[in-house]
Design a protein around this ligand. Structure first.
Ligand SMILES: Nc1ncnc2c1ncn2[C@@H]1O[C@H](COP(=O)(O)OP(=O)(O)O)[C@@H](O)[C@H]1O
Ligand SMILES: [Mg+2]
Length: 344
């Protein structure tokens, strides 16, 4: 991509208020500027980005004078590196997957919930989990489920920000974050774990990649058993195998099969005030949806519900439940598949 392509993307996502994509494009432009030796531009863009992230975080600033205030001051060092701090109410009920995913997640959660027991027998507690598989299949969701089930705070790390910093800084940044997580006894969630692989591309110094991998391996060793690391990626082959081996649990997420698609519909329509107008055709549309992610399918269902709702407005109906037009959903599924095909 050229500089102009990035600028076009930035304009588009800015106007669409798609902050996530906007930030991603901006980060790409920063990388691109570095690579094409437009360092001034790169630095200026980076500082705009950092200011904006800081402002965003200050919105959640705690009251001055409260005990949290002091904590907050200590936070400033790591602030740029953290995307968000969250707590979650998700449970295992909120995620659909094959038996392996379900049972591995529940064992992993149980290990932490029963950590006292394991400690009594001096058994190690698994605390590093790697989630991989196609986008939109529940990796981020799984991290929320773990945080929710254990009622632990989760620090979501901005790996893009860490990796695009100066040579040698990546390791330092990672160390800061791990130190913070250890002291706060929380979960670190590193999304797009594969972006560490980017170091290989932009750095002339191939030693940097090795240094970062070694740092992570060391940090893994020092991570206290009460803290936890969750890493996610949809490009597992970009990740150093030495790193992969050090995770206690490695979970592969897959695209949903028919049974899982039906479960997803049920989960999405959980309060039950919906039904399909042509239930007989449902299984055909479900078959058509194969190949799409949970996320895409859920999106089309929600759109179908909304549009069916709009159309039913003004018509006289006795029932309070929304009747979803099966054909409409089918069309949305096909459009989604078409979009997927043309993006390949
Ligand atoms: N396995 C799943 N079970 C239930 N809902 C899912 C699942 N995977 C994705 N979703 C839905 O799609 C959304 C986005 O999924 P996400 O976990 O962010 O995907 P990923 O991190 O794998 O790209 C979720 O918030 C959820 O609404
Ligand atoms: Mg994700």
């Amino acid at each position: 991509m050229s500089q102009f392509d990035y600028i076009k993307d930035i304009a588009k996502y800015g106007l669409e208020n798609d902050r996530e994509k906007l930030l991603a494009s901006l980060n790409e432009l920063i990388e691109h500027s570095k690579n094409t030796k437009k360092l001034n531009l790169a630095i200026q863009l980076q500082s705009i980005l950092k200011d904006s992230i800081r402002q965003e975080q200050n919105k959640h600033l705690v009251k001055v004078g409260s005990p949290h205030h002091l904590q907050r001051i200590n936070d400033i060092e790591t602030d740029d590196l953290i995307l968000e701090k969250i707590t979650s109410d998700y449970t295992l009920e909120n995620i659909i997957g094959d038996n392996i995913i379900k049972s591995e997640l529940s064992f992993f959660i149980q290990e932490h919930a029963s950590s006292e027991l394991l400690r009594k027998y001096e058994l190690p507690i698994a605390n590093k989990v790697f989630l991989h598989g196609p986008s939109g299949c529940g990796k981020t969701l799984a991290s929320y489920v773990i945080a929710g089930e254990l009622q632990k705070m989760m620090i979501v790390v901005n790996l893009g920000a860490i990796v695009s910093s100066k040579l040698g800084e990546t390791s330092k940044n990672l160390a800061k974050i791990f130190k913070k997580a250890s002291s706060e006894d929380c979960i670190i969630f590193i999304d797009e774990f594969d972006s560490l692989g980017k170091i290989r591309d932009y750095s002339q110094d191939h030693g940097e990649m090795k240094r970062v991998v070694n740092t992570i391996l060391q940090l893994f060793d020092y991570l206290p058993q009460s803290s936890m690391l969750i890493a996610a990626s949809n490009q597992i082959d970009m990740i150093d195998s030495a790193l992969l081996r050090r995770f206690d649990v490695n979970l592969k997420f897959n695209l949903p099969n028919e049974e899982q698609i039906l479960a997803l519909i049920k989960l999405t329509l959980k309060n039950g005030k919906y039904r399909f107008d042509k239930p007989n055709e449902l299984s055909r549309v479900v078959k058509d949806s194969l190949g799409l992610s949970y996320y895409s399918i859920q999106k089309t269902i929600i759109t179908a519900i909304k549009r069916s709702l709009f159309e039913s407005q003004g018509k006289k109906t006795r029932s309070i439940s929304i009747v979803i037009q099966t054909q409409l959903w089918s069309e949305l599924i096909n459009a989604e598949k078409e979009a997927l095909r043309s993006s390949l």
